[in-house]
Design a protein around this ligand. Structure first.
Ligand code: ADP
Ligand code: MG
Length: 390
């Protein structure tokens, strides 16, 4: 399956996407740049992707009529968020090339299944225990504490997670998460965090970007640093191999992001696990790959279009050092527009806004990518931009 080809004469091919957030919007924009028509399925009237797509099917993700309308319009379907109900992807996959597959998304949606899969990558996962019953809670090994209790499903941006220092806190935490299935992970001493984005085609061809270094604030990605030397080369190579293994093992088609922890040297956990631990995966383009729009010859969204359409994949080349800053709703406090004119007066600054009409605290409204000839220049400009934005 797969090859849906390029726009023909008179009859443009239409590509579909489940979800209308910013990732869907940037997919739509990449597809349109290559001549495709697009259709977005999202219940929201004013979703970022729906606003720029040729067609918008405005129903719930499991609405049979909505799915039928989407299928009627499009030649192939992708997804922009991992919590698309797997049932919807099963329906779509039966009728059209659908990438990633329902199976791959179902694994990424569930931390319990995901951990078991990631453990096959050649890089260890954090020591963990599955907690679905009171017995499992009681049987937790002491050396998993202090730890982080994470809901198996529906967590993102640090939501659905509670840090626990001891057994008493763990019991309270599981109660506060309503006793849903969880994993308890040992708290690891992190030196840094990175992610690797790969794209894998229907024929198994797999291309990748080099690892990005990611800084989070309050559980939300704040800064991505993408340039040579952002992390030790041996660890970077190891992360790329692991990410490709994960994609191969799943027979994955599409863009996949794998997140890793880099452990502090000299810590007992480093001695036990090594320098790199695999954390989680996202079956789609990722916030940490937004710099590829401006700093690489092929972006993660173009790779998503190419994989979906069965077009050739070539190894992307990064042509500029880059730092990406997320723009959260907090910047719009007091309804004032941030000083874009001052930020854009800096060299190599690219402003991306997602067309969201309401700026809430912590909401991802857009991002800034700085591109420069050297890492030092990119960092300096990013610091200046962050200073202006306050
Ligand atoms: P989310 O789905 O919210 O991104 P993650 O599992 O990636 O959930 O956790 C969010 C953040 O919490 C991570 O980026 C990391 O900073 C921190 N974190 C998660 N697990 C651990 C751990 N086992 N040890 C130390 N820090 C962790
Ligand atoms: Mg994460």
């Amino acid at each position: 399956p797969g090859a849906t080809g390029l726009t023909g004469s008179g009859q443009p091919t239409t590509l579909g996407v489940m979800g209308g957030g910013q990732l869907g919007r940037m997919f739509v924009q990449a597809a349109q740049a290559m001549g495709y028509f697009t259709v977005v399925l999202d219940p929201d009237v004013i979703s970022p992707a729906g606003l720029v797509s040729h067609y918008h099917v405005q129903t719930d993700y499991l609405d049979q009529q909505g799915l039928a309308q989407l299928l009627q319009r499009c030649a192939a379907v992708t997804t922009e968020f991992e919590n698309v109900p797997a049932g919807a992807l099963v329906t779509l996959g039966a009728a059209r090339p659908t990438a990633p597959s329902a199976d791959a998304v179902a694994i990424a949606q569930d931390r319990i299944k995901e951990k078991a899969h990631l453990a096959k990558s050649g890089v260890p996962v954090a020591p963990y225990a599955v907690i679905e019953t009171a017995e499992q809670l009681a049987a937790v090994a002491d050396d998993l504490l202090p730890g982080i209790l994470k809901t198996a499903r529906l967590g993102y941006d640090g939501k659905g997670q509670v840090r626990c220092r001891n057994r008493a806190e763990l019991a309270v935490a599981w109660g506060s998460l309503k006793g849903v299935p969880c994993v308890l992970e040992k708290m690891l001493p992190l030196a840094s965090e990175c992610s690797v984005i790969v794209a894998r085609g229907w024929d198994g061809t797999c291309v990748n970007y080099r690892p990005q270094l990611n800084l989070h604030r309050e559980g939300i990605l704040a800064v991505t640093e993408a340039y040579e030397g952002n992390m030790p080369l041996a660890l970077a190579d190891q992360a790329v191999v692991a990410a490709k293994n994960i994609a191969d093992e799943l027979n994955y088609v599409g863009v996949l992001c794998v997140e890793f922890f880099v452990l502090q040297e000299g810590s007992p956990e480093h001695a036990q696990l090594g320098g790199l631990v695999v954390n989680e995966m996202a079956p789609r383009p990722h916030n940490s790959g937004h710099y590829t729009l401006d700093a690489c010859d092929v972006s993660q969204f173009e790779l998503q279009v190419r994989t979906l359409a069965g077009l050739p994949l070539t190894q992307p080349r990064q042509h500029s050092a880059s730092v990406m800053l997320n723009l959260l709703g907090d910047l719009w406090v007091n309804e004032a527009t941030p000083p874009w004119d001052k930020v854009l007066a800096l060299p190599g600054v690219h402003l991306h806004l997602y067309g969201k009409l309401k700026a809430n605290k912590g909401r991802k409204m857009g991002h800034l990518t700085v591109t420069a000839a050297t890492a030092m220049d990119a960092r300096r400009t990013a610091l200046a931009a962050a200073d202006i934005l306050g």
